[in-house]
Design a protein. Structure first.
Length: 358
């Protein structure tokens, strides 16, 4: 009886989440904010906000929803996205370097950002543009389909998880290209961090598990890798984190009371790394427990519409990492050894930090 009630609760909850996620940023009005363009028509200095996107979605130029939930089988799209007078202009570029060359401030610090489940293309753009604007960084988003209108509940969970796990095949060449551009000083002079959120952490884990880091893993060239609320199974997680050698620092952000990851735990019958982390740990990673500062929160790194406002100490933490700085918890009054299995550090809720301290 208990198992039946658990499954019923899971189905009802996931159904509500899936419906809400697909509707978010997916109305005709949302899509009409986007304009697919063939050339840059304004000087970079006049661009309000901009980002770069690498997407494996199918491009259908004659459709309102021109980057859909199907995969492009033979081509990865590089896009320069910029905001001017409230319109989001989407400009296809022939290469990643070409897209980067459009940016008005290429020497700003960089965040390569991979999102989780529940994002249509417009929703990913919204998250990426918000992150770039809020933290004053350049964003390169790795975009893949993570929700589908014709699927329900567990079907959408499976759809998103499959696409997240398979996306490494498309994004491995992107990581290689980023390394080459950085080596040749063609991607600005700012710091560089990789940020994987929730189900997007599958991209990083699969890159390692499938041996796709061989071209980039022989020296340190990335400042921070941030594994944020990882929606990946926690069991043996150290086996794929330990081989990562190209980052100066690796952070695992977890929350034992993360409501979203609790649902993923029920759906997969697997404890999630961002939720129920336990030993053996990755010796090179710093584990941060967000429970005291975030309660049951999951997507806590941005102020978002219709969400509870984030706290100054949370935003200050992410700001440090997104700007390539190292956080040493033992040297800061804003962190304390966690009581949760003794794994890492608590981010304290009363740190008195400024929201985004540049």
């Amino acid at each position: 009886m208990r198992n039946i009630l658990t499954i019923l609760f899971l189905c009802l909850t996931l159904s509500a989440v899936a419906k809400r996620s697909y509707n978010w940023m997916n109305t005709d009005t949302d899509w009409k904010r986007l304009k697919l363009v063939e050339q840059l028509t304004v000087p970079p200095a006049e661009i309000d906000t901009a980002m770069v996107v690498a997407s494996n979605r199918l491009l259908q130029r004659d459709s309102l929803r021109f980057l859909c939930e199907d995969l492009q089988k033979d081509h990865l799209h590089y896009l320069f996205v910029y905001v001017k007078n409230g319109t989001w202009h989407v400009l296809p570029a022939p290469s990643l370097q070409a897209a980067i060359n459009y940016l008005p401030h290429p020497d700003n610090d960089w965040v390569v950002y991979t999102e989780g489940m529940g994002k249509v293309f417009t929703a990913n753009l919204d998250r990426g543009l918000r992150l770039g604007s809020f933290y004053k960084v350049n964003v390169l988003m790795l975009d893949y389909p993570s929700i589908h209108p014709n699927k329900k509940t567990l079907g959408n969970y499976t759809f998103a998880l499959t696409n997240a796990r398979e996306a490494y095949k498309d994004f491995a060449p992107v990581i290689d290209t980023i390394k080459r551009l950085r080596d040749n000083e063609l991607m600005g002079k700012g710091s560089l961090s990789l940020f994987f959120h929730s189900m997007g952490n599958n991209v990083m884990s699969q890159l390692v598990k499938h041996g796709q880091l061989k071209n980039v893993n022989n020296e340190v060239w990335v400042d921070n890798i941030i594994l944020n609320a990882p929606c990946v199974k926690q069991r043996k997680h150290s086996s794929w984190i330990e081989p990562i050698n190209f980052a100066r620092n690796i952070y695992v952000h977890y929350n034992p009371e993360d409501r979203t990851l609790f649902m993923a735990h029920l759906a997969s019958f697997r404890k999630q790394l961002g939720e129920k982390v336990k030993a053996p740990l990755a010796s090179k990673a710093i584990y941060i427990n967000f429970n005291q500062a975030a309660g049951e929160g999951h997507s806590i790194f941005l102020p978002l519409p219709n969400r509870s406002a984030g706290s100054p100490e949370i935003f200050a933490h992410y700001s440090q990492l997104f700007h390539g700085r190292k956080i040493t918890p033992g040297d800061s009054k804003n962190y304390a050894p966690t009581a949760y299995r003794g794994i890492g550090w608590d981010l304290l809720p009363d740190s008195r930090h400024t929201a985004v301290n540049q």
